[in-house]
Write a protein of this length. Structure first.
Ligand SMILES: Cc1ncc(COP(=O)(O)O)c(C=O)c1O
Length: 365
């Protein structure tokens, strides 16, 4: 089966024999009481990689968002939430709203919409907290980081990003030839906006880096504020030693081979888009390894998904956009080969052609 459903974009697997062994899965104490040395080292390396002063690990982004939105001042904060934000940050915002915080939505990656809503709703005694994803795989666009930050700064507030998708793919010094950039540090590096005291970033390492653990990174002051007040660090188990060793392994792989893996990935995505364009199709996603077929291209996505499956090709059938209608996305990773992409595109073209013939046959009879 050709699998286009996995978000392990760099193809990192971390098989057990590749990892440093561990003496126990967990120490049985919460992070507030004792943090493992390797965990602290991984967090520091992540801060360096991402362009932040400090970082701390947590079991998942769900833990982090739940915790963070319980810690903000609910009476003196207005939350401005980008409408395209991933559900987990949204669930955190709902927690803050339940505690009394005011929440306003604004149009996805639309600086004018954010400016307008902040201007008309800002309050002398309330600090804005802007919440957004660092990169949107559905539309293939990065967050307008400098714009969002300038607005946060102008009104004395903060920007909280979920950078799960960009981590490991985007990095510093992007160019026309190398749109991903170098190093895989994520959206801050890619946008050359680093060490900003108004910026807080939550990222899962479970996608490009293949290690299911989350990182909160930001200024020293904000990370230590979180460390001191965090509820999950008191009441939940910390990330397991096995996962921390996988994260350590991911960082070593990224350092030694990451740029080569990203180049390989870029070649695959470009090949896919080139062949699709030649056949008259324009998938969404830009050069990001998540490519979404537009509805007109895929005809009936449910039928197409079934047909691809019967040809041994797994894709993601989902309710992707605001209309909640079915869409098909294809997730590529550095372990795919060019022949896999060719096979996929040929199958897509063939099925679309057959579909069109069927439609015209139905009309004729
Ligand atoms: C933007 C974003 N945030 C958070 C998550 C959740 O990460 P995890 O799977 O590690 O819980 C995902 C998963 O796809 C994601 O895309």
């Amino acid at each position: 089966m050709l699998d286009f459903t996995s978000a392990l974009y760099l193809g990192m697997r971390h098989q057990s024999h590749a990892l440093r062994p561990w003496k126990s899965f967990t120490g049985g104490v919460p992070a507030a009481l004792r943090e493992s040395r390797p965990g602290i080292t991984v967090a520091r390396s992540m801060a360096d990689l991402q362009g932040s002063e400090d970082a701390v690990l947590a079991p998942s982004t769900l833990h982090l968002f739940w915790d963070l939105f319980g810690l903000i001042g609910h009476d003196d904060t207005i939350i401005y939430m980008d409408e395209g934000v991933y559900p987990i940050a949204r669930w955190g915002v709902e927690r803050a709203a339940a505690k009394g915080a005011v929440v306003r939505g604004f149009r996805h990656y639309n600086t004018d919409s954010l400016t307008e809503i902040v201007r008309t709703t800002s309050h002398r005694r309330k600090r804005p907290l802007i919440v957004s994803d660092g990169f949107c795989p559905s539309c293939g666009r990065p967050v307008p980081l400098s714009d969002y930050l300038s607005i946060a700064e102008a009104f004395g507030g903060y920007l909280l990003l979920d950078d799960t998708q960009a981590l490991g793919i985007l990095g510093h010094s992007p160019s026309r030839n190398n749109p991903y950039g170098i190093g895989g540090g994520g959206i801050l590096r890619w946008s050359n906006v680093i060490h900003n005291p108004r910026l807080l970033v939550v990222s899962s390492m479970a996608k490009a880096f293949g290690a299911p653990v989350a990182v909160l990174s930001g200024s020293k002051a904000m990370v230590s504020h979180f460390r001191e007040r965090s509820k999950i660090r008191v009441h939940c188990s910390p990330p397991s030693n096995a996962i921390i060793h996988a994260a350590e392994h991911a960082l070593a792989l990224n350092k030694n081979f990451g740029d080569r893996m990203r180049q390989n990935l870029l070649r695959l995505v470009r090949r896919f888009r080139h062949l699709m364009a030649r056949a008259g199709f324009l998938p969404k996603g830009g050069v990001f390894p998540v490519q979404t077929l537009s509805r007109s291209e895929s005809l009936d996505p449910v039928v197409l998904h079934e047909r691809l499956l019967s040809h041994g090709i797994q894709t993601v059938l989902h309710q992707g956009d605001a209309s909640k209608r079915a869409l098909i996305s294809l997730l590529m990773n550095a372990r795919h080969g060019l022949p896999d992409i060719d096979y996929l595109v040929n199958a897509l073209i063939e099925m679309t052609r057959v579909n069109k013939l069927e439609v015209s046959y139905e009309i004729r009879t």
